[in-house]
Design a protein around this ligand. Structure first.
Ligand code: NAP
Ligand code: MG
Length: 508
């Protein structure tokens, strides 16, 4: 099992590296990573991974099943109970995580290309976004490894007792990730779990598992002990379900759809009451007021919905705009969509790649068609791009009512629903439009009036509010409310999913 073929690809044209990577991937034998060994899956089954830009086969991966999950969980359990990982000084765990970050950084060109080929996204967006963000997050958690601590309340000096609480690693973590940001999701979860001293079993998305496999290889190369990181590729229905049902898994950190999140919570309850962290879907509102910088807003809104072809959980997909600037914003968004260059992700000119699969594209089309039949109007796009691959036209939809499927369901395609609100609407009325959703992942505001902005920040039901495009380091807690799930990732808040608290009342 060895995916990487070149010495870090420096100076290579991305197309040459792309061809070389394709050749290497075609040679990879299907394997799961258990206890430090790449081994054939127990039942010998495999799955094909294709390139969403043309549907061609990229690699064949293992389709692991219950037996592989059992072996992987047993290895993770042994590594946790007997192995060195949770017993290492935190500074040693930190050093290995920093070494992993350095190893990924050394081959970031290949990693970005691998991810772009697997998930279909524009190489530029992965190379400038997901990969450096993942490396930063890993280093952030390497730093946290030495700072995880309990508390000792202040007590009188002459007391004959002592109260304090410890934070301990929770044990074996199951990590289940989606295909839309596979590298980032896997790396962030692994970084958090490992910093906390847990061991992990990863079930990556079957449609885009390759970066996870490469991360697994690099974990071994930098000396993370056998059994600490185990990977079982396969389907969610088989390998994923076996992981969430397993009685020796202590926490499942899941990112994916709300429907699967609900099943995971039920399985956790029925098996061993394992903890779950659920990062689920979204249908995020974007509120645009007449005093906003419309050029900037239009560019950012279109940039976000075309980033990963709209397959981005926190993307603003329901745009509500003050009526006096409705036409002006629509014009600007159309123009911004016209400028998006669509093509295979690995080409340097590509802004937006294909969607992940024919099935996802059909699902999006079905939601859009259903709403058109109910009276919604397509101003631009609304259909697939003809030719090979799973490309979809950037799409603007107006005249949608709140009950329509395009207004309620996650389309997960580059499609925006745009609706005007009255110029005289109060912040409460605008917030009510935004909050009329089962989801609550993210909300965006474009406005200059600070009173309106502050009032809306309080009223919006979302795990995150981004004002005028935001900025900063993106290390704030991330997660949703309502049916976007619960729990938060990033920073010290994210560590609490993987640690348990033990209160101690010591008398002497
Ligand atoms: P998905 O269908 O829910 O799948 C996510 C993962 O769960 C995949 O690895 C999947 O396996 C696995 N799975 C499926 N059924 C399972 C089961 N019964 N038990 C255990 N695992 C199971 O989601 P997706 O289509 O890959 O990703 C898109 C969704 O993820 C969207 O809803 C998006 O909003 C959400 N998302 C949320 C965030 C966030 O941070 N909140 C971030 C990114 C994406 P397969 O690969 O076989 O399907
Ligand atoms: Mg793929």
């Amino acid at each position: 099992m060895n995916i990487v073929v070149t010495k870090h690809g420096e100076g290579q044209e991305s197309t040459a590296l792309h061809d070389e990577l394709r050749r290497a991937l075609a040679e990879v034998r299907p394997a799961v990573l258990i206890d430090g060994n790449w081994q054939a899956p127990a039942a010998g089954n495999s799955l094909e991974v294709d390139d969403p830009a043309d549907g061609s086969r990229v690699a064949t991966i293992a389709a692991g099943d219950e037996q592989d999950i059992d072996l992987a969980v047993a290895a993770a359990q042994r590594a946790f109970q007997l192995g060195p990982w949770p017993r290492l000084p935190a500074s040693r765990r930190a050093a290995m995580l920093f070494a992993l970050a350095d190893a990924i950084e050394r081959e970031q060109a290949e990693m970005a290309l691998l991810e772009s080929m697997d998930a279909g996204h524009s190489l530029r967006s992965i190379a400038n976004g997901d990969v450096p963000l993942g490396i930063r997050s890993l280093r952030d958690y390497a730093g946290w490894a030495t700072k995880i601590a309990g508390e000792t309340p202040m007590q009188p000096a002459d007391t004959t007792c002592m109260d304090y609480f410890l934070r301990e690693p929770i044990g074996v973590a199951g990590i289940i990730t989606p295909w839309n940001a596979p590298f980032l999701m896997v790396l962030q979860k692994v970084a958090t779990a490992l910093a906390a001293g847990c061991t992990v079993v990863i079930k990556p998305a079957e449609l885009a598992p390759l970066s996870a496999l490469r991360i697994g290889q690099l974990c071994l190369e930098v000396g993370i002990p056998a059994g600490v990181v185990n990977i079982v590729t396969g389907t969610g229905a088989v390998a994923g379900q076996a992981l969430v049902d397993h009685p020796d898994v202590n926490v499942v950190s899941f990112t994916g759809s709300t429907a699967v999140g609900k099943r995971i919570m039920a399985a956790a309850a029925e098996s061993n009451l394992k903890r779950v962290v659920l990062e689920l879907g979204g249908k995020s509102p974007v509120l645009v007021f007449a005093d906003a910088d419309l050029d900037k807003a239009a560019k950012a809104i279109v940039g976000e919905i075309t980033f990963k072809s709209g397959q981005y959980c926190a993307a603003g997909s329901r745009v509500f705009v003050q009526r006096s600037v409705y036409a002006a914003l629509l014009d600007r968004m159309q123009a911004a969509m016209d400028r998006i260059s669509i093509g295979p992700g690995h080409l340097a000119t590509t802004d937006m790649g294909p969607m992940i699969s024919a099935a996802q594209r059909m699902r999006a089309q079905e939601i859009i068609d259903h709403s058109i039949a109910a009276g919604a109007v397509v101003q631009r796009g609304g259909h697939a791009r003809s030719g090979p691959g799973y490309f979809y036209e950037p799409t603007l939809i107006t005249h949608a009512t709140p009950g329509m499927r395009v207004s309620r369901e996650e389309i997960f395609a580059p499609a925006l629903v745009v609706t005007p609100f009255d110029d005289a609407a109060s912040p409460h009325e605008v917030a009510a439009l935004a909050n009329d959703s089962a989801y609550g992942l993210s909300a965006k505001i474009w406005a200059r009036d600070i009173g309106t902005v502050h009032c809306l920040i309080r009223l919006l039901q979302a795990g995150q509010v981004i004002v005028n495009g935001g900025g900063g380091e993106a290390t704030l807690p991330f997660g949703g409310v309502k049916q976007s799930g619960f729990g938060r990732e990033n920073g010290h808040v994210g560590l609490s999913a993987f640690t348990e608290i033990k209160a101690v009342r010591l008398g002497y």
